[in-house]
Design a protein around this ligand. Structure first.
Ligand SMILES: [Zn+2]
Ligand SMILES: [Zn+2]
Length: 72
Protein backbone atom coordinates (compact mmCIF):
# COMPACT_ATOMS: atom_id res chain seq x y z
CA UNK A 1 0.00 0.00 0.00
CA UNK A 2 1.63 3.24 -1.15
CA UNK A 3 1.90 6.10 1.28
CA UNK A 4 -0.91 8.67 0.96
CA UNK A 5 0.31 11.74 -0.81
CA UNK A 6 -1.27 15.06 -1.71
CA UNK A 7 1.12 15.46 -4.58
CA UNK A 8 -0.40 14.87 -7.99
CA UNK A 9 1.94 13.02 -10.32
CA UNK A 10 3.12 15.29 -13.07
CA UNK A 11 1.41 14.92 -16.44
CA UNK A 12 -1.54 12.96 -15.11
CA UNK A 13 -4.92 14.59 -15.62
CA UNK A 14 -8.05 13.67 -13.76
CA UNK A 15 -11.49 15.19 -14.24
CA UNK A 16 -13.89 14.44 -11.46
CA UNK A 17 -14.16 14.52 -7.72
CA UNK A 18 -10.74 13.67 -6.38
CA UNK A 19 -10.88 14.59 -2.71
CA UNK A 20 -13.06 13.50 0.18
CA UNK A 21 -13.94 15.88 3.01
CA UNK A 22 -14.05 14.88 6.66
CA UNK A 23 -17.86 15.09 6.29
CA UNK A 24 -17.71 12.26 3.77
CA UNK A 25 -18.67 14.29 0.69
CA UNK A 26 -16.52 15.11 -2.29
CA UNK A 27 -14.72 18.40 -2.70
CA UNK A 28 -11.81 20.06 -4.44
CA UNK A 29 -12.46 20.63 -8.11
CA UNK A 30 -15.13 19.57 -10.59
CA UNK A 31 -18.26 17.71 -9.46
CA UNK A 32 -17.54 18.88 -5.94
CA UNK A 33 -20.27 18.63 -3.32
CA UNK A 34 -18.82 21.71 -1.67
CA UNK A 35 -19.26 25.31 -2.75
CA UNK A 36 -16.30 27.06 -4.28
CA UNK A 37 -14.32 29.51 -2.22
CA UNK A 38 -12.92 32.65 -3.89
CA UNK A 39 -9.54 30.98 -4.08
CA UNK A 40 -10.18 27.30 -4.59
CA UNK A 41 -12.99 25.41 -6.32
CA UNK A 42 -15.03 23.16 -4.07
CA UNK A 43 -13.32 24.27 -0.88
CA UNK A 44 -16.11 26.11 0.92
CA UNK A 45 -19.18 24.82 2.76
CA UNK A 46 -20.90 21.57 1.86
CA UNK A 47 -23.87 21.67 -0.54
CA UNK A 48 -25.40 18.42 0.66
CA UNK A 49 -28.72 18.92 2.46
CA UNK A 50 -28.52 18.52 6.23
CA UNK A 51 -24.73 18.37 6.20
CA UNK A 52 -23.30 20.67 8.85
CA UNK A 53 -19.89 20.95 7.21
CA UNK A 54 -18.91 24.63 6.81
CA UNK A 55 -15.55 24.24 5.14
CA UNK A 56 -13.94 21.54 3.07
CA UNK A 57 -11.32 19.68 5.06
CA UNK A 58 -9.23 17.18 3.15
CA UNK A 59 -9.48 13.65 4.47
CA UNK A 60 -8.39 11.51 1.54
CA UNK A 61 -8.71 10.77 -2.14
CA UNK A 62 -11.76 9.31 -3.84
CA UNK A 63 -11.55 5.72 -5.04
CA UNK A 64 -11.77 6.89 -8.66
CA UNK A 65 -8.88 9.27 -8.23
CA UNK A 66 -6.70 6.69 -6.52
CA UNK A 67 -7.42 4.24 -9.31
CA UNK A 68 -6.55 6.84 -11.94
CA UNK A 69 -3.32 7.68 -10.17
CA UNK A 70 -2.43 4.04 -9.77
CA UNK A 71 -2.51 4.28 -5.97
CA UNK A 72 -4.68 1.22 -5.60
ZN1 LIG B 1 -20.83 17.31 3.59
ZN1 LIG C 1 -17.39 18.80 3.99
Amino acid sequence: MPKMSRTVPEGVRFYGPKSICTCGHTGDGTISQHHSSPFAPGHDECKVKDCVCVKFTWKGWTKEYKERMGLI
